[in-house]
Every structure is written in C-alpha cells, then in structure tokens.
Design a protein around this ligand. Structure first.
Ligand code: GUN
Length: 295
C-alpha cells in the first residue's frame, strides 16, 4: 500500500508555480491576483480561505480577502462580485461556499466573469469542461487529476466508482476521468444517495473516489483488494484524546481500508493540499489572459 501524499505533490507543484511567477514578473508580466469573498464565519470556510490566502503569499501572488457579515444582502454581494469583475488588477475571483440561505449561490456564481472563474464553477466553465475545451477546471477534481498524473497512475480502461454527485466534486470527476485524455479514459460509475446495492458496485471498483461528506462512510467490506482510494471528505469528529477535543477524518474508514489498497490518500494531507494547487494553477492561467474579454 502506498500513501498518495498530497503535501509532497503540492510542494513540487508550488515550487514550479513560484518559479513561473518569478519569470512572469521578470518579463514585466502581471502578478497573479486572487480575490476571495468570505461571508460569515463558518470555521471550516475560514480555514479553507485562510489556506488559500497564505498559499498566494507563498507563491508570490497577490490576494485580497473580502469578508462580509451573514447579514449582507444578495444584491450587495452581487455588487461586490461585479466590482471585482471590472477590476483589471484582479485575475481570479473565489466565492467561498456555502453561502447563507438567503443568498443564491447559483446567482452569485453565474455573475462571476468566466475569465476570472478560477474555481471553475461558472456554467460556461463547466460546459467547456464537459466539451473538453480549455477552461478552468474545478479545483478539487483538477487537484485529483494532478495527483494521479504525478504518481503515474493510469486509469485508462479502469472502473472508477465515484460516490457523491456534487457540482463541486462528484459530477465533474465523472467527466474528467472518462474523457479521452491522460489521465482519463476510465469507465465511470456515479453513485449517490439513491443508488441501490452500493457495496456491490464499489466492490468492482479499481478506483473509488469518496466525496459524500460523511465520516468513515467507505468501509473495508466495500473495497476490493488492490483498489485505489481517493478520499475527498474533510469531516470534524469528536476526539476527547485530542487537546482540541476533535480531529479531522475523511469519508473513508482509513485504518481498515488502507491495508486493502494499492494506493490511498490520507485525510488530512491528501486531496486538500491538491485542491489549493488546482486553484493556484487556475489563478496563474487567469493572470495570463487579456482583460475585458467578457465585460
Ligand atoms: N466550499 C467547499 N469547497 C469549495 C471550493 O473548492 N471552492 C469554494 N469557493 N467553496 C468551497
């Protein structure tokens, strides 16, 4: 069993990105600038956005964090997005999800300039991805593809079972793994809350991508010997043995599943750092685009 070490792979990619930014700046190019919007103070969202801003600084990117109280209206948030769309200094816009119930994430995302949609959530980005056209890929699926590439894991012809059909992870993963690229060319099954006989299906998987958001959902009886398991879950559970009283676990029961696997991602330090790499790669590409293509 080999651990797919997200921290290690991310360190390699970040080193490359840092060099590329230095070269870009030396040639008089633009410093990539990511603007992040955070509404409210959800601790997980705070942590994710904090990591993204910190990574920008590490790589020589500029970043702006705009924080708003949960009382912000949908209209006011929309105005903020439009301001960032029009600001030529800003290359990438990220609106951290989830948003409060009174704000439609679809409306906000649909109003991000697709040339600045470094999260790859805009319908134009998602449509282009589906058609295999160059675009910003959603950060987590992109990060997983970069991880497979780094470890030379060939999924062509393999049966990949994805558990969870979110717009952010599960659904885009089905597209990326099945398209005619490398990595890609897999046979994909998408499972969700209405799937019958889940265990029978996952037992036939060469690769399992778990993106359900339920702690330790994937158990040893669901995994065949030699499978590759990618755990996208980040769940906080109580742990009285820890000083903090809690710890992070994935969607996979790691202790019991790992011995069966050929490769497995841990939580933390698996997919999480790769998501940030995906976002940073998108932001660098956005910085290279001419501005005002959309407005
Ligand atoms: N919430 C959970 N994952 C993500 C992500 O990748 N991007 C944004 N913007 N919000 C998220």
């Amino acid at each position: 069993m080999q651990i797919l070490d997200g921290t290690l792979v991310a360190a390699h990619i970040k080193e490359q990105l840092k060099k590329e930014v230095e070269e870009l700046k030396a040639k008089g190019g633009k410093t990539p600038h990511l603007a992040a919007i955070l509404v409210g103070n959800n601790p997980a969202s705070e942590a994710y956005v904090g990591h993204k801003v910190k990574t920008c600084a590490e790589l020589g990117f500029e970043s702006t964090l705009l924080r708003f109280d949960t009382s912000i209206t949908e209209k006011a948030l929309l105005e903020q997005v439009k301001k960032l769309n029009e600001d030529d200094g800003v290359d990438g816009i990220l609106v951290q999800l989830p948003l409060p119930d009174h704000i439609s994430p679809d409306l906000i995302i649909n109003n991000i300039n697709p040339d600045k949609d470094v999260d790859g959530f805009h319908p134009i980005s998602q449509g282009k991805m589906m058609l295999g056209q160059p675009t910003f890929l959603p950060a987590t699926p992109y990060g997983i593809m970069l991880m497979l590439e780094h470890y030379n894991i060939d999924v062509a012809g393999k049966h990949c079972v994805i558990i969870g059909r979110s717009n952010i992870v599960g659904t885009p993963m089905t597209i990326l793994l099945s398209r005619n690229t490398n990595p890609g060319n897999a046979t994909v099954t998408l499972c969700h809350s209405r799937t019958k006989n889940l265990e029978e299906i996952t037992k036939t998987a060469d690769v399992i991508v778990a993106a359900i958001g339920k702690p330790k959902f994937v158990t040893a009886n669901m995994v065949r010997e030699g499978a590759i398991v990618i755990d996208v879950g980040i769940n906080r559970i109580d742990d009285p043995t820890r000083k903090s009283g809690s710890r992070l676990v994935g969607d996979v029961d790691f202790d019991n599943v790992a011995p069966l696997c050929s490769y497995i991602t841990p939580v933390p330090k698996g997919v999480g750092p790769m998501t940030i790499c995906g976002l940073m790669k998108n932001t660098l590409e956005a910085a290279k685009l001419p501005k005002h293509m959309y407005n």
